[in-house]
Design a protein around this ligand. Structure first.
Ligand code: ATP
Ligand code: MG
Ligand code: MG
Ligand code: MG
Length: 471
């Protein structure tokens, strides 16, 4: 029987709600409590201060489906989109949290019960990892799940040890992997080819057990806590009997929309473009709904990069007019019931996408022509010069990673160091040119501000100081 992604989300929250967890709505993607973080990238982020004890709530167990973006900063999955079966820039992280209430045994029991009993996922498809020294978790997996020893893998790396930062709670994690079968390349966790898509990590259980000071464990936490995160799209793929997240109901509906509007086969040569568009439509739509608008710096520049990358793929599909805004109704139809902010923001999302695509199209054709000319002479495995990548950025509004994405499909690379050098040189020249006007100190301040904030709008031709780096 078929279970929709919307039903899986609901089923998860119901399960933990029935077991005494407060059902907490997703927080916005722009962090409310952490200025150092670009986007909320995990379910625990809105609860950070509850875990450290800075904040108390009326409940000690919670569950949520948290909107998450990993497209900038420390966790960046932008380059994985279109290449792996399991990564998105926007995804939903299902989580259950214990703030000093239950700990390891109950967390493993809940995860195992939900996966294998409530949802009927075959136990012999599941593998668990534990931190190499965590005998307690190893024994619990034996006892609760009856997993054979060879399917409880001890991992000695940071992958299985979670820290909040230099200071604060930390502890071992235990991750659950689903084996999609030996027809798919990839090895079990901990093996040399673990990054393949055969064994897909579905759920991470974090056991907050210790207190750190300056990166050293100094004590056991008096109130041990639980933080878990499961990718909704990954568990949907498992439950819908498909290997690839992009073959689940939500993504099929979005891809059907781009396919219908461009008369392009979703499973043919342009498959990767359809996937990138569907993924980037979701991140763009949700970011705009949460108040981010395209800009030349910071969060807004990450959004612009995502939008423009999608727009290049729309162009590849042969779209002669702006496409992305016409896909928004499909997004709202799929996800608006769970996230009413999408319905409220629909006109703004459509207008923002249309305006950005209209503007970008003014330079896209000429930029792509330049790119074609520059790569025509390159042998397979060759590298585009940093100066050309910089010209594409500065004159044609191609974010660096768009150029990289365009070339990667042809097996070509970009000279990043050369790009950075050209950027630095332009900034230096702009400063030098300005020095002539006197009043040095205040000019330096002006340039610093301009670099931090960038120009407010992309004008199509060389901006005076270039676009500032993202966070
Ligand atoms: P991976 O190793 O596959 O990149 P991760 O270890 O980085 O995943 P966690 O930080 O442990 O992921 O996040 C918890 C869960 O969120 C993962 O087990 C996975 O199900 C899901 N998840 C993480 N990143 C993504 C992503 N980019 N797209 C979709 N789901 C994701
Ligand atoms: Mg990852
Ligand atoms: Mg992982
Ligand atoms: Mg993980």
């Amino acid at each position: 029987s078929f279970t929709s992604t919307n039903d899986i989300r609901r089923g998860f929250l119901d399960y933990f709600g029935r077991h005494g967890h407060q059902i907490v709505p997703s927080a916005p993607l722009v962090p409310q409590n952490d200025p150092t973080l670009m986007f909320v990238n995990a379910g625990m982020v809105p609860f950070k201060n509850v875990f450290t004890g800075l904040e108390t709530r009326s409940y000690d167990k919670a569950t949520s489906s948290q909107k998450s973006v990993r497209a900038g900063g420390k966790h960046n999955d932008l380059d994985n989109v279109g290449y792996t079966a399991r990564h998105h820039t926007f995804f939903e992280m299902l989580g259950n949290f214990s703030f000093g209430d239950y700990f390891k045994e109950q967390a493993i029991t809940h995860a195992w019960t939900l996966l294998t009993k409530e949802w009927g996922i075959p136990a012999d498809r599941l593998t668990a990892t534990v931190y190499h020294t965590d005998d307690e978790a190893f024994d619990l997996w034996r006892k609760i799940a009856g997993l054979p020893e060879e399917r409880i893998i001890r991992i000695p790396t940071k992958d299985n040890f979670w820290v909040m930062g230099e200071n604060g709670p930390c502890g071992p994690c235990s991750e659950i992997f689903y084996d999609h079968g030996d027809h798919i390349p990839g090895g079990p966790p901990g093996s040399p080819d673990e990054d393949g898509d055969r064994f897909v990590e579905i759920w991470n259980l974090v056991f907050m057990q210790y207190e750190q000071e300056a990166n050293e464990i100094v004590a056991e936490l008096p109130k041990k806590s639980i933080d878990t995160g499961m990718g909704l799209e990954r568990i949907a793929a498992v439950m819908q009997g498909v290997h690839d997240n992009y073959d689940t109901d939500t993504f099929k509906a979005l891809i059907a929309a781009s396919s219908a509007l461009t008369h392009s086969d979703p499973a043919g040569d342009m498959k990767a473009s359809h996937r990138v568009i569907a993924d980037h439509l979701r991140s763009s739509g949700f970011l705009v709904a949460d108040g981010v608008l395209p800009a030349n710096e910071g969060r807004g520049y990450v959004l612009r990069r995502i939008m423009r990358r999608a727009m290049r793929h729309a162009h590849l599909l042969g779209a002669k007019e702006p496409l992305m805004h016409r896909l928004v109704p499909a997004l709202v139809a799929e996800m608006g019931a769970a996230y009413p902010e999408l319905i409220r923001a629909q006109p703004l999302i459509e207008a923002t996408l249309q305006q950005e695509e209209t503007r970008f199209r003014q330079t896209l054709d000429r930029g792509l022509k330049l790119l074609d000319e520059a790569t025509a002479g390159l042998a397979p495995g060759g590298t585009l010069s940093g100066e050309t990548a910089f010209r594409l950025y500065d004159t044609y509004g191609f974010p660096y990673d768009l150029t990289e994405d365009a070339l990667r499909a042809q097996g070509l690379a970009v000279d990043r160091a050369g790009f950075d050098a050209a950027m630095a040189e332009q900034k230096r020249a702009a400063r030098a040119a300005w020095k002539g006007s006197g009043a040095k100190a205040s000019d330096d301040i002006w340039f610093d501000i301009a670099e931090q904030h960038g120009s407010t709008e992309f004008t199509g031709y060389a901006n005076d100081v270039g676009e500032a780096e993202v966070l």
